[in-house]
Design a protein around this ligand. Sequence first.
Ligand code: CUA
Length: 351
Amino acid sequence: MTQRRQRQGRLSISHRWFTCAATLTLAGIGLLFSSCSKSPSALNPQGPEANQITVLWWVLFSIGALVWLIVMGLLLYAVFRRRRTSTDPDRELVEPEKLVLIGGAVIPAIILIALLFVITNTIRHTSSTGDASDLTIEVIGHQWWWEVHYATQAGIEQDFTTANEIHIPIGQPVRLKLSSADVIHSFWVPQLQGKMDLIPGQTNTLVVQADNAGDFRGQCAEYCGIQHAHMALHVIADPPDTFATWLTGQEKPAQAPADAKALNGQQLFLGSACVYCHAVKGTNASGKIGPDLTHLASRGFIGASTLKNTPDQLKTWITNPQDSKPGNLMPPTQFDQSSLDALVAYLETLR
Ligand code: CUA
C-alpha cells in the first residue's frame, strides 16, 4: 500500500515536471514563429549579410534544440525506468564514468569545435569593410539621434546631411562609416546586418546590402543614456531610380515658402532660438547641435522615430519635446496658437 502511494507520488511529480517542460517548449516555439512574420526581426533577413546571420541562428538553434531533446529524453528515461538491482558491484561504477566522459566531455567538445568553424565562417562573410568604390555614408551617433551625412564621392556629387532615416539603393553594398559625437552607441538593423558600435574618436565600417525595397527599422543596441530606447532609425531601401531622385531632392537647398502663412512661419523660425541648433540649407539657420531640417518634411518620423511626422505631432514636439522624450537636448518653446500653426506650415514646406 505504502509502496504504491510512493510510486504514485513519484509519477505525479514526474508528470508535473514533464507538463511544465512541454509548456515551456511550446511557448518558446510560439515566440519564435511570432517573430518570423513581417517584423523587423533578424529571422526575416533582407540582404546577404543578414541571410548569413539567420542561417547561423538556425544552425545554433537546431543543434541546441537537438541537444536539449536528447538530454530531456535521457532524463525522462532515468525518471521513469525501473530501479535495477544489480548483483555485480563493478557495473554501477563503470557505466556512469563512461557516460560522463562521452556525454559530458567528448560529444560537447566535438559539437563546440564544429560550431566554432561555422561561426568563424559567418563572421568572415559579414565583417567585410567593402571597397572604396561602394557608396559610402557617414553615420554619427548622438544622444539620442542619428546624424547621416552623404559626402561627395566617386561618381556622385553630393554634400548634404539628414537624420535618422538612411536611404540606400537596393542590390548593392553600401559602406556605413560609423562614429559617435558623445558616448558609445550601437547601430543595429536586424534585417540587414549584425550590430556595430559607434565609438567616440574611432570610425568603424559596416557594409549593409538590401536585396528588396523596404523600410527596415533599426535601433541603438548599446545603452547610451535615459533615451536609449527612443534612439531608433530607419534604413529605406529604394530601387536605383527612386534613390537617384531622392538624392537629387536632398542635395537641393530648401525652397523659399510660397504662401504668406509659411513665410510668416519662416520668419518666426529664423528669428527664434531654433537656428542655434538646427540648420536649413539656403537660410541663415546653420546650427549643428540638432538634426538638419532642410528636408524635414520628407522624413517619416521625428525625435528618432519617437513620433510620426505629422503637423499635429510636430506641434506637440515643438511645444514640449520633453513630454515624449524626456532628457533630450531640445527645450520647450512657447508659441501662441497662430504662430505655432505658421511655424509648422513652414516646416511642412521643407520637402
Ligand atoms: Cu544610442 Cu543607445
